[in-house]
Design a protein around this ligand. Sequence first.
Ligand code: NAD
Ligand code: MG
Length: 419
Amino acid sequence: MHNASTDYNSQQAAVQNVTILGATGTIGVQTLEVISQHPQRFKVFALTASTNVNSLFKLCKKHTPQYAVMLDANAATELTAQLKDANVGTIVLQGEHALSEVAAHESVDVVMAAIVGAAGLHPAMAAAKAGKRILLANKETLVMAGNLFMQAVADGGATLLPIDSEHNAIFQVMPSVKRENLADSGVKRVLLTASGGPFRNASLAELQAVTRAQALNHPNWVMGPKITIDSATMMNKGLEVIEAHWLFNAAPSQIDVVIHPQSIIHSMVEYIDGSVLAQLGNPDMRTPIAYGLGYPDRLHSGVSGLDLVKIGRLDFSEPDPIRFPCLRLAYEALKVGGTAPAILNAANEIAVEAFLAEEIGFMDIHAIIESVLLASQIDAVTSIEQLVAVDASARRAAKDWLKHKYSSMPAQTLKVVIK
Ligand code: NAD
Ligand code: MG
């Protein structure tokens, strides 16, 4: 075991209070694993979850945060009782508003935003406005509300550190002075790597017959169910293209996707002089999490060292837009702009839920999203309230699709262009 005092620079750093939104999820739990290795540096201030009382109870017992938030009221009552029985002094709060409260609380230094889906938007915005150090795993926040969120980060004086492994890699290989303005930075393009998911080599016919269990079996990463299905459809990479656009101010034409099945290179930046810088490592989210927690210091993460000789080879290929139409849809939504990415995101969340409930087939997912996008009015983004309404109406349209099982839409492209 290493000792926290061996961390580069850790002696100078003061103890930081951390709120983990989505603490019971795969990112939340891995964040706590990293934090546990650095007790002199981090203190857990608040942990949140939606309904999973038993998991949050165990985490509270172990990390004794000041606050625990349950989205669900019954779950909050149950957690309060369990903590009382176990003599744990954590105060339980309940409801959506409490998520934002513990994200923006004046005692908090660092917020890990690891709620899944659009539900993560409000607390991430609250953390941004309150000027926190935000470790952003919840990519849906940027997909839905990229311009408003980046503005809130700037206005609130927050520090935004991307945790998604690809964006974390890009962040690591892009000098900080250049990140603000890609156009003047000598960056030619960013290259997001993608594992290709479990169906990288599947034929179209095989994709039609994919089961829930097959889709949940990701070759390289252990993740929550929603992002695992997104990885299988490659919508995850699509959402990441939009995420990269906002984080690095990159035009759609400056963001490329390359299939790299080993998931060792986590992404790359190509410069105008021909240099390509990459960040490599074993596929383990504790690396980007530790980077975000420690930045600009490097912390021990618990991840084993990379053995390139054992890995032997790294492969690369182009993504196939025919078998993975979700990637194309995300690029189109980004190019159209305005509310299109929020509509794409909402329709995707409903489609993925329906696939996980075994109500639709794998190749219905993109059909639903495309159909909702084509049927929706797309406007310029003006406010969070507007986006919440757009999200709700896209969800209703997707649910309508499920009720009536429309056949796949003919191939068309979105034509409206919003500036
Ligand atoms: P997960 O499903 O494992 O966990 C989700 C967490 O969010 C849980 O704690 C759950 O209680 C909470 N939650 C769910 N719905 C909620 C709601 N409506 N309100 C409040 N809390 C709610 O998900 P995950 O895999 O940890 O992913 C979390 C986020 O991080 C996602 O946005 C995902 O895209 C992103 N991400 C994950 C990984 C990964 O390796 N898992 C990698 C990159 C990015
Ligand atoms: Mg990723």
